[in-house]
Design a protein around this ligand. Structure first.
Ligand SMILES: Nc1ncnc2c1ncn2[C@@H]1O[C@H](COP(=O)(O)OP(=O)(O)OP(=O)(O)O)[C@@H](O)[C@H]1O
Length: 288
């Protein structure tokens, strides 16, 4: 299966933050959720992919091409949505579209008009009158109207109400009927991804914790709930994160089979959500 996006040993240092040896790849036909808490490095990684920031080291290939030497050709084939999208505030949506659309060889006016209608936007309105959610919808309409093969979205659901968030997820799922496309979708609203993502890449403090198929993640990780009498030093070491209170504990573990054989029927073993995996990993062994 062909990789649409390949990132290897990518590094970038700021004064107080380092992106360390980032690696992951995204295959044609799949949706990847890129998750991590605030400040983990999601936007920095995405800006590096889009060559909006200069990397210190590493390689980024999009459609098998280096992202800098083939920047224009690559950007023609990417639909990019992020909340700092630059628009001229005094222009109408129609005027702004007229500036943007000629940059894309495959611009499709019919699709654009379709999304403007579905998203209930008016092309006569000025950009500066748009709410945060409407602005995001406009960015989406632009990104989805040039037959992009890779859609890169940085926090596309932030600022959107639950009804539209759900509609957006349906639109993305529909786009994936075309097996030649792929989507990279960064968010900290992990419930959005439970539904549609095929792969999850989890970044924390500038490092990739895992980049795996979603189903594999759910097979591997588990939540264990039990009484405090079950906990000793060795057992604690089996867990990635533990929450304890006076009655008992709840913990995130990896290697479900090993944990099941360790606890037998003395503890409850459940399927975690992506949010559980993120929270326990970030908080580690702190008491809460
Ligand atoms: N231009 C910059 N100069 C210095 N530090 C920066 C700069 N841009 C980002 N950072 C720092 O890099 C870290 C990662 O930021 P980034 O925006 O990539 O995180 P994120 O995962 O997208 O977070 P969020 O979910 O809050 O958007 C943060 O600590 C941030 O303060």
């Amino acid at each position: 299966m062909e990789n649409i996006l390949e990132i290897q040993n990518l590094s970038k240092s700021y004064k107080q933050f380092q992106l360390k040896d980032i690696f992951f790849h995204l295959k044609k036909g799949f949706i990847m959720g890129f998750i991590g808490p605030n400040g983990a490095g999601k936007t920095t990684t995405i800006k590096l992919i889009m060559n909006l920031l200069k990397k210190d080291a590493g390689a980024i290939n999009v459609f098998g091409l280096d992202h800098i030497s083939h920047e224009q050709a690559i950007k023609n084939r990417i639909g990019f949505v992020y909340d700092e999208n630059f628009f001229y505030e005094d222009l109408t949506l129609q005027e702004m579209k007229k500036i943007i659309s000629p940059f894309y060889a495959n611009w499709d006016e019919e699709i654009f008009q379709h999304y403007i209608h579905v998203f209930q936007l008016s092309l006569k309105h000025k950009i500066k009158t748009l709410s945060k959610g409407m602005r995001m919808k406009y960015s989406l309409a632009l990104a989805l109207s040039h037959h992009a093969e890779l859609i890169v979205m940085d926090e596309p659901t932030s600022g959107l109400d639950p009804v539209f968030r759900s509609e957006l997820l349906d639109i993305l799922a529909e786009l994936m009927q075309d097996e030649n496309k792929a989507i990279l979708f960064s968010t900290h609203i992990t419930t959005d991804l439970d539904k549609i993502a095929d792969y999850i890449t989890f970044i924390h403090d500038g490092e990739i914790i895992f980049s795996e198929e979603k189903d594999t993640i759910f097979e591997e990780y588990c939540i264990v709930k039990g009484g405090k009498d079950l906990l000793d030093q060795d057992i604690r070491k089996c867990f990635i994160g533990i929450r304890e209170n006076q009655f008992g504990f709840e913990a995130l573990g990896k290697n479900r089979d090993k944990i099941r054989s360790l606890f037998k029927d003395h503890a409850m073993i459940e399927r975690p959500s992506l949010e559980d995996i993120m929270l326990y990993t970030v908080r580690g062994h702190h008491h809460v």
